[in-house]
Design a binder for this molecule. Structure first.
Ligand SMILES: NC(=O)c1ccc[n+]([C@@H]2O[C@H](COP(=O)([O-])OP(=O)(O)OC[C@H]3O[C@@H](n4cnc5c(N)ncnc54)[C@H](OP(=O)(O)O)[C@@H]3O)[C@@H](O)[C@H]2O)c1
Length: 333
């Protein structure tokens, strides 16, 4: 896919802390590497510490090689090693997600930018140890828990804080009507690989709108995006499906797919570009606001999903966390 927007280069202070879920490969890897090259301190939160450590090594090797070859993007003046660290986070387990949250809090770090990027796509029907449909928990609910607990840190971290969701154009293929049993995929006949993936991505957009209402008047913005069709490891789960593999192969053949860096460009832009400071409620495609499905903008539906999420996480959300999350003093009508 030729052309497209270029990766922005914005000088960032090492005091600026950026957390990228799923930063060990694909879109998250490129975003983590480029944001670290701009100077920020980046933490990649990953389910495999081995893969995370390998990714950090590779980021530094690629950075050094580009420096030596003189091919670093203009404006990148970092010396020494990139400030990238890793932490363990398995979003398919609420227990692991809580352990990550506790470790993050205990580290005493600030948090300025949270990129909710980790995800799985079009899995065959499966469930997490917590009993939820896997994509619902990994793509959506686990990130809900992380945000709920880390928002108080973001609120006191300083100016221009941002939350960005790697959503997807697949949200257009979800079911607009809220149904718990569909989310839980209790009925196998109601399960669809695209349908349930799309639903998890739709919920991320709902999450953006709900958070943005609650964060109005703060210096935390919330955006989401579709990265395009990107040649990453996301296709791992297509292996058992001839139809999905053929669909992706066709997109690739027709030149509709992007490299991981092209796919990461909108995520990097949303994370660092000063033009997005204080901007919420936008769904970005190729670094430009684009429209979401009408059901994504349905406020009643958004709040239903929010309420349902609080119910799912009630054993993990103490009263003070809910109070901070639901701080409606500045919430718009
Ligand atoms: N690629 C596309 O065409 C496309 C299109 C639209 C939206 N997106 C979205 O973009 C995001 C990034 O996707 P990608 O294309 O970069 O895919 P990817 O290469 O497969 O990377 C996904 C990342 O998520 C991590 N992850 C998966 N399950 C996890 C779990 N239980 N806990 C913590 N981390 C987990 C993976 O870790 P492991 O390496 O350990 O598996 C990996 O780091 C996803 O949210 C995806 O839905 C992608």
């Amino acid at each position: 896919m030729g052309g497209g927007p270029s990766v922005p280069v914005v000088p960032l202070s090492r005091d600026r802390v950026v957390l990228v879920t799923g930063g060990n490969t694909g879109i998250g890897y490129e975003a983590a590497k480029h944001i670290a090259m701009m100077g920020a301190s980046v933490i990649i939160a990953c389910r495999s510490q081995t893969r995370a450590s390998q990714a950090i090594r590779r980021m530094n090797e690629e950075f050094s090689a580009s420096k030596e070859a003189g091919t670093l993007p203009e404006g990148i003046n970092q010396t020494g090693r990139l400030a990238v660290d890793c932490m363990k986070l398995d979003l398919a387990s609420l227990k692991s997600t809580m352990a990550f949250i506790e470790a993050f809090k205990a580290s005493g770090r600030k948090l300025h930018v949270l990129l909710c990027n980790a995800g799985l796509a079009m899995l065959p029907r499966s469930f997490t140890e917590d009993g939820y449909e896997t994509m619902f928990q990994v793509n959506y609910l686990g990130h809900f828990l992380v945000i709920a607990h880390l928002l108080p840190i973001m609120k006191t971290s300083g100016s221009d804080c941002r939350i960005v969701f790697s959503s997807s154009g697949a949200h257009m293929y979800s079911e607009w009507k809220f149904s718990e049993s569909k989310i839980k995929a209790e009925d196998p006949s109601a399960y669809g690989r695209m349908l349930n993936y799309g639903t998890s991505k739709l919920f991320q957009i709902h999450h953006m709108y709900c958070l943005a209402r609650r964060l109005k008047g703060t210096d935390i913005s919330v955006t989401c995006l579709h990265p395009g069709i990107v040649r990453t490891e996301i296709t791992r789960s297509f292996i058992d499906s001839t139809a999905l593999a053929a669909m992706f192969g066709t997109f690739r053949m027709l030149g509709f797919t992007k490299t991981p860096l092209q796919g990461a460009t909108t995520l990097i832009d949303a994370a660092v570009n000063p033009v997005w400071r204080g901007v919420s409620d936008v769904y970005l495609v190729d670094c430009k606001p684009s429209s979401t499905h009408s059901c994504a903008r349905n406020k009643e539906y958004q709040e239903k999903v929010w309420k349902y999420s609080l119910e799912c996480l009630k054993n993990y959300l103490p009263e003070n966390v809910i109070e901070s999350l639901e701080d409606r003093t500045t919430m718009a009508e």
